[in-house]
Ligand binder design. Structure first.
Ligand code: F6P
Length: 347
């Protein structure tokens, strides 16, 4: 058995755990061989790969990022993309490819599988927005990093009687914001799934001050929409309108907008911290290492069993395969029940 692996999209902690697990399982259980494509789908298009044996994956479990590199490459936007994938697969004589990625990388994997290629998906992203799995690896680490930052910001906000707005990642889903906000005891959490008005934001902070608390922590997800007027209109705040190969703009900046309006309307001194890429970097938590490892082992088994078109998933405590098509139907967003728990602590 010969397996190819690629990691695509934004990197996240736990990718190396998956790579290691696929290599170890393929070699020890199936006596097979593994190669890794460099920089996601770009490596498949160019047939740019490296062998992955026991030595290559030794010591990588605690390392952040991906030893294979990553990119946001869309095979279907590249000239002769599908033909080039076909050439690479037959040149290398692969039984199958494991694509480790988020909605974009796995979206390409799904299309390629529908076009007849032997593909298995493994869901990764700090955003935790993949349908069909309770969690993606990388998310737990991001939540830990954001929670620790909120803890630290509490002490400085309190010392200065300030409002601190913390902007976190997550794209169109508020999972990082709501989980780190609950864990860090945020006084207000703003997420893409729940529209808000500036009046509501200021009221929460003023109510808090009225009960003698002279500082507040506001966690805002980068994809939360900024209300532009009183007619319920809202807009995404972007760093750049230029889109990537999958049509995504670069989000960022809502933290500054919220902070400015809070200071203007309430008169409370307000500061902003944008956590940015710190949420994606560094060593994975034990949870993400274990989840990545379990996903990797299952992915190798699926390739061996010829079970293509599947994605590994976590359902409760079980790691099981689901249809990739089901997982790609929609983005998984924060449910209202969880947000209701968070709301209990606002103000
Ligand atoms: O999808 C992961 C993510 O970190 C998002 O939370 C964020 O919006 C995006 O990637 C940033 O992408 P890039 O690495 O291209 O700046």
């Amino acid at each position: 058995m010969k397996v190819g692996i690629l990691t695509g999209g934004g990197d996240c902690p736990g990718l190396n755990a998956v790579i290691r697990a696929i290599v170890r399982r393929t070699i020890s259980k199936y006596g097979g061989e593994v190669i890794g494509f460099r920089y996601g789908w770009a490596g498949v298009l160019k047939n740019d790969h490296r062998p992955l044996g026991l030595d290559e994956v030794s010591g990588i479990l605690p390392r952040g990022g991906t030893i294979l590199g990553t990119s946001r490459t869309n095979v279907y936007k590249e000239k002769n993309g599908v033909d080039r994938v076909k050439e690479t697969l037959s040149e290398l004589n692969l039984n199958g490819i494991v694509a480790v990625g988020g909605e974009d990388t796995l979206g390409v994997a799904l299309h390629l599988w529908q076009d007849g290629f032997p593909l298995v998906g493994v869901p990764k992203t700090i955003d935790n927005d993949i349908n069909g799995t309770d969690f993606t690896f990388g998310f737990d680490t991001a939540v830990h990093i954001a929670t620790e930052a909120i803890d630290r910001l509490h002490t400085t906000a309190e010392s200065h009687n300030r409002v601190v707005v913390v902007e976190v990642m997550g794209r169109g889903a508020g999972w990082i914001a709501v989980k780190s906000g609950i864990a860090g005891g945020a006084d207000l959490i703003l997420i893409p799934e729940v529209p808000f008005t500036i009046d509501e934001v200021c009221e929460v902070i003023q109510k808090r001050h009225a009960r003698g608390k002279n500082f507040s922590i506001v966690v805002v997800s980068e994809g939360a929409e900024y209300p532009t007027n009183d007619d319920d209109e809202a807009e995404l705040v972007v760093q750049s309108k230029v889109t990537d190969a999958f049509g995504h703009v670069r989000l960022g900046g809502i933290g500054n907008r919220i902070a400015k309006v809070i200071e203007e309307r309430t008169g409370y001194e307000t500061r902003v911290t944008v956590l940015g890429y710190t949420q994606r970097g560094g060593t994975p938590t034990a949870f993400d290492r274990v989840l990545g490892t379990r996903f990797g082992v299952l992915a190798a088994d699926l390739i061996h069993a010829g079970q293509f078109g599947k994605m590994t998933s976590l359902q409760g405590d079980k790691v099981i395969p689901v249809e990739m098509a089901h997982a790609m139907e929609c983005i998984k967003r924060v449910d209202s029940e969880l947000y209701e728990v968070a709301r209990t602590f606002f103000g």
